[in-house]
Every structure is written in structure tokens, then in C-alpha cells.
Design a protein. Structure first.
Length: 163
């Protein structure tokens, strides 16, 4: 059997090729899953007007309801306690409340000009997004509200009565 000898330049070229190939393959690998939040005893309240990543706030293995709200929005405040009950009473559902208002005491109305409101193009409140346990968007807006009406009715909570 004939022994193959590589010159230092050829060896360096092969190592460089292997390195470039490894980098190229790494870019083709799927991105790691977003860090999922955990379901606490009460809904998490996030944002305070800042832009957010919904993927970073999905609750692993649970349906996640994102509730975009403002404390200056009467319908939002009407929904607060029933959504807390939904979160507490349905193990498979996690509610995450997204406060759209920036922490500016001069703003005494729903802050539809905040970075998070602009990020999600919010025009009215409350606004909902419902993601499946697999992290895929299932329902948004009016459709999500109708799903929530059914879920809240099933646990004896229906603040939407008369809307």
C-alpha cells in the first residue's frame, strides 16, 4: 500500500476547507427553539410599552393567550379578572398580558403610539393573539375574542355579555 504524504500547504488547505464546510452546514441547521416562559400562578404582565418577542414569551406545552391591554381601557379592565380565572383554572392555557402603555405618568389613555402598539399595528383594544401549544398562531383579533368567549363561558366567566 502506498503512503500518501501531504505538504503543509495541502494540509492547511484541507483544514480550511473542512472549517468552511462546517460553518456552512451550521447555518443550515434549524435555529434553536425560542426560550419558552413558564406558567406561573397568575398571568405574566410584560412589555410596559416596549417592543417584545412573542416567541420568547410562549409557554412551553400550553396554549398561550396574549392579551394586549391598557389600564386606561375599560373593556380591558373588565376582562382582567376573568382572564386571570381562565389562566388559573385551565391547566392547558396560559395568559400573558401585554401592557401597551409606556411608564410615562403623563399618558392617561391607551398608548396606541407606544413601541409595542406600533410593532403589532394595534388600532383598538383589547386585542388578542392565541398560540397553540406547538407555538403556531391559531387565532387573532375578533376570532380570538370569540374563542375566548367560549372558553370563559365554559368556566362560568363571561364579561363579554352584551358586547
Amino acid at each position: 500500500m502506498k503512503k500518501l504524504t501531504l505538504t503543509p500547504a495541502a494540509l492547511l488547505a484541507k483544514l480550511a476547507f473542512a472549517f468552511v464546510l462546517t460553518l456552512a452546514l451550521a447555518t443550515l441547521a434549524p435555529a434553536p427553539a425560542a426560550r419558552a416562559a413558564e406558567k406561573g400562578a397568575t398571568p405574566a404582565v410584560i412589555s410596559r410599552g416596549a417592543e417584545i418577542s412573542l416567541a420568547d414569551n410562549l409557554v412551553a406545552g400550553k396554549i398561550t393567550v396574549f392579551d394586549f391591554f391598557s389600564k386606561y381601557c375599560p373593556p380591558c379592565m373588565t376582562l382582567s379578572a376573568p382572564l386571570d380565572q381562565l389562566h388559573a383554572r385551565r391547566d392547558g392555557i396560559a395568559v400573558v398580558k401585554i401592557d401597551i402603555n409606556r411608564p410615562d405618568p403623563a399618558i392617561k389613555k391607551p398608548d396606541l403610539e407606544s413601541p409595542v402598539a406600533r410593532q403589532f399595528n394595534l388600532r383598538t383594544l383589547p386585542h388578542f393573539k392565541i398560540y397553540g401549544a406547538n407555538g403556531k398562531l391559531l387565532f387573532e383579533g375578533e376570532t380570538a375574542k370569540n374563542v375566548l368567549i367560549k372558553w370563559l363561558g365554559a368556566i362560568g366567566e363571561n364579561p363579554f355579555n352584551g358586547w
